[in-house]
Design a protein around this ligand. Structure first.
Ligand code: SF4
Length: 328
């Protein structure tokens, strides 16, 4: 079947992936492969704008790639690679930076937020982040970029840079990427409050054992107004119920919805049921992860091969870019 176009997406190397990564991005990555040529990049250079030490970068990259593959990314079709393995992106970033007004970068809410978060490390890379992101996308002539509603302005920014390039150099070399709006669910952590994240330690790792997963589910915060087993609960404000909707059968979801409201089920049993369903859902992932891990060097091979294929596209784009600019 011929595919509809090329998708590009990048993610920072954050090591072992958790349910938030899975439900927010990886599941969508896997599904997109059926309809599009996909290019998925682990953006290690972007990570340098915020990381304090690079000791874990390699390990985190390998673990993340392993999780992607175990989740169903198919490297025979999809290009999976590491950003820094295709250095052409740095060159394109430089050319695109000449077309980007400084004021636009300093005005971006994401930049302002980073300045607030790390006032002691407001580096140049942090400011140029959206330009490097544009280079990532257009180097591979991606037609489509999956974005959540909150990232849409970044893609619009990328499209503006592309238009500036094509206008300035009177060409059609760079492709204006289209946003594929995806409903990216905000996955709440086991604290029941914040977005699931490793740094807040409110996450459940995909690669956890069934026992570890069950223990984490047991820790989940439930409806705070349900103090006793005999109190009726409200599943609409309970993250355990939200997770049931993802991992449990329709029948179980309906049962929890009804029984929670009339105190027919206690939170302990409700969580046991969730853990059971979650573990059943994650079982194929875990089996594939074990299988892939048993082949030493496989993940590295996939990333090397991905970089080779990515570089073929990147070299061609850069040839056209240099010609368009009329570099001597
Ligand atoms: S019974 Fe389930 S849905 Fe209801 S409050 Fe307890 S954990 Fe949440």
């Amino acid at each position: 079947m011929s595919k509809k176009g090329r998708v590009f997406s990048g993610a920072r190397p954050t090591g072992r992936q958790h349910l938030g990564n899975y439900l927010g991005a990886i599941r969508n990555y896997v599904a997109l492969q059926d309809e599009y040529d996909c290019v998925y990049c682990i953006v290690d250079v972007h990570a340098l704008t915020t990381v304090e030490t690079t000791q874990e970068l390699r390990q985190n990259t390998a673990e993340m790639a392993l999780d992607w593959l175990a989740a169903g990314i198919r490297p025979e079709e999809t290009i999976v690679f590491v950003q820094s393995h295709v250095p052409e992106v740095m060159e394109l970033h430089t050319y695109l930076s000449m077309l980007t007004a400084l004021g636009k970068l300093t005005d971006l809410p994401t930049f302002k937020e980073k300045v607030r978060q790390q006032p002691e490390n407001v580096n140049y890379g942090l400011l140029g982040y959206p330009v490097l992101m544009t280079a990532d996308i257009v180097l591979y002539k991606a037609d489509i970029v999956p974005v959540g509603i909150d990232q849409a302005p970044h893609l619009e920014f990328a499209r503006e840079i592309v238009r500036s390039f094509n206008y300035r150099y009177n060409c059609n070399v760079l492709v204006e990427p289209q946003a594929k709006h995806t409903e990216i669910p905000k996955v709440i952590g086991i604290d029941g409050k914040e977005k699931m994240s490793k740094s807040l330690n409110n996450h459940i790792e995909l690669a956890s054992t069934p026992e570890e997963t069950t223990a984490r589910v047991r820790e989940m915060v439930t409806d705070p107004s349900r103090m006793r087993r005999t109190d009726p609960g409200n599943p609409d404000v309970c993250n355990v119920y939200t997770m049931h909707k993802v991992f449990s059968s329709q029948e179980d979801v309906e049962m929890v919805d009804v029984e929670c409201r009339r105190a027919g089920i206690g939170c302990v049993d409700c969580k046991k049921l969730l853990a059971k369903n979650m573990n059943a859902d994650l079982e194929p992932f875990r089996a594939r992860r074990v299988e892939i891990s048993s082949k030493p060097g496989y993940v590295k091979e996939v990333l090397d091969e991905g970089a080779n294929r990515a570089r073929v596209i990147a070299r061609q784009t850069m040839k056209e870019v240099r010609e368009a600019i009329q570099l001597p």
